[in-house]
Design a protein around this ligand. Structure first.
Ligand code: ZN
Length: 262
């Protein structure tokens, strides 16, 4: 069987086969007849099925070869250009399709993302490139990042993770003890549910009853839930003093926790 360009050349009816004995007219007629016969033969249903079977067998046997060929083909500049142009023209379609795929393969995507992240972080060059990309994202789409972070911090998982991370950071900064785990953080949020000072259920976080600056520790019995309005307002003030200033009663849970002896 002829391959590549030789095949192409051979397939042109205006160039005669070297082995053909006869005039050019005869050759054209012969080619026409043969092509027709071929077409008729390959249109037969049983031949079609057989052809499909052979192709499948061949594809299975030569998976690596085929994929290598695909890579090579896609790496050609003209192919790259054609793909780029097509993607540009079908942007909407691609976005739509991508969304659909992610929706249908959520678990798989999450797993592969995690693995990809691990691989990237293990490679210093890639890691550097990733950090640069993230930095660009932050600079170019601050609104989108803000929106995403807000959504994450308001989710159940995000609230717990962020709280732990934040308090770990604070403890390191002020050099004080931190031995709160995820379960305990969850317990505190479930116990208090709303801001213990004003009853708000918006923007909740953990508040040190005795402030860090007054040697309060980051431990279970020194935490209550407070909103992002009360927490900074209370800041490093004594809880009794601050409540008096606010004109509110000292919450029962705060009194209870304060009365626990070591
Ligand atoms: Zn509050």
């Amino acid at each position: 069987m002829l391959k590549g360009n030789a095949y192409k050349r051979n397939n042109r009816s205006d160039i005669m086969d070297k082995d053909f004995k006869g005039t050019k007219e005869e050759y054209v007629k012969f080619r026409k007849k043969r092509n027709e016969a071929n077409r008729r033969y390959y249109a037969k249903p049983e031949v079609k099925i057989r052809k499909k079977k052979y192709k499948r067998e061949y594809d299975n046997k030569n998976k690596e070869k085929i994929s290598e060929y695909g890579y090579k083909r896609r790496a050609r500049p003209e192919t790259k250009e054609r793909i780029r142009k097509w993607r540009e023209e079908n942007k909407e379609h691609l976005i739509e399709k991508g969304k659909e795929w992610r929706e249908n393969n959520r678990e798989y995507k999450r797993k592969s993302d995690r693995e990809y992240g691990k691989r990237v972080r293990a490679d210093p060059i890639f890691h550097k490139r990733l950090l640069k990309k993230q930095e660009e994202m932050r600079r170019n789409y601050p609104e989108r990042i803000k929106e995403y972070n807000k959504k994450y911090h308001n989710s159940e998982k995000g609230k717990l993770k962020y709280t732990k991370h934040n308090h770990l950071r604070l403890s390191k900064k002020y050099g004080n003890e931190f031995n709160l785990n995820q379960e305990e953080i969850k317990e505190i949020f479930e116990r208090d549910k709303v801001c213990v000072y004003c009853g708000s259920d918006n923007n909740l976080e953990l508040d040190h009853i005795i402030p860090i600056s007054k040697e309060g520790k980051s431990i279970f019995k020194n935490f209550v839930v407070a909103c992002r309005s009360c927490n900074p307002s209370k800041s490093n003030k004594d809880v009794y003093v601050w409540c008096k200033l606010q004109g509110i009663e000292v919450p029962k849970i705060v009194k209870e926790l304060l009365s626990i002896k070591d």
